[in-house]
Design a protein around this ligand. Structure first.
Ligand code: SF4
Length: 227
């Protein structure tokens, strides 16, 4: 795949999705983190149904801690693995409160801005984000990409599958794909790659019934089952 291929692929994806962005609803940085944590093994649509109500009460980490564990768990009970997710979100909320109270911490400009505006901050590094409970590399990259505009490409199983169908990469699992794709996709497309590929998977290149007949990326597809 050369630069011209990438230009064509991402230009076509931009025609399909002119403003590729997350479909998770949120207003505050903490809500973004909670929505991404809830979205593991759960569709964005399901998460939005839960957070529509939840985010009326939960805007910042302290709001979670004001609720009893039982009450908070009940609020998220319609997503998969809700008990574990509720437990980890509560632990993460505690951790973010502790971080905000540490006056000696050296903060980045973005972290300071977040702290000044919201009274807490989401760490602006993979290392620190992945120290939060239930925050793996994929979730951390989504936060860095969406919240702090880092040129990272978070890869879930869907982006992994699409990237391999198009032979942007030839990899065996999502974390490997993420590392490869960040090396190969030109910088100018990194700002849209994550969401554009997710949306393409969600609306066109679905696992069960990909819309191959009218696919604008057919030219690059190397899926031998379908051709
Ligand atoms: S041709 Fe089908 S399988 Fe290939 S990228 Fe398009 S939708 Fe996906």
């Amino acid at each position: 795949m050369n630069k011209k291929d990438y230009d064509e692929i991402f230009t076509k994806l931009l025609e399909l999705f002119p403003n590729p962005d997350t479909e998770l609803n949120y207003q505050t940085p903490f809500q973004l983190l909670v929505a991404v944590m809830l979205s593991a093994q759960t569709t964005d649509r399901q998460v939005n149904v839960v957070t529509d109500k939840l985010f009326l009460k939960i805007k910042e980490p302290n709001d979670v801690l004001k609720l009893s564990e039982e009450e908070f768990t009940k609020q998220v009970s319609s997503v998969n693995y809700y008990k574990m997710k509720a437990k980890h979100i509560r632990e993460t909320a505690k951790k973010l409160v502790e971080l905000a109270e540490n006056k000696k911490a050296k903060l980045t400009k973005n972290e300071k801005e977040c702290l000044n505006k919201y009274g807490y901050y989401l760490p602006e590094s993979l290392e620190w984000l992945t120290k939060l409970p239930w925050v793996g590399e994929k979730t951390a990259k989504v936060i860095l990409y969406v919240r702090y505009k880092h040129d990272l490409i978070a890869v879930d199983t869907h982006v992994h599958r699409v990237a391999n169908r198009l032979w942007i990469v030839k990899t065996n699992e999502p974390l490997e794909t993420s590392k490869e794709i960040e090396k190969t996709v030109p910088k100018k497309w990194k700002r849209i790659a994550h969401h554009a590929l997710i949306l393409f998977w969600r609306y066109y290149c679905t696992a069960k019934k990909p819309k191959c007949e009218n696919c604008v990326l057919k030219k690059w597809c190397k899926n031998p089952i379908l051709f």
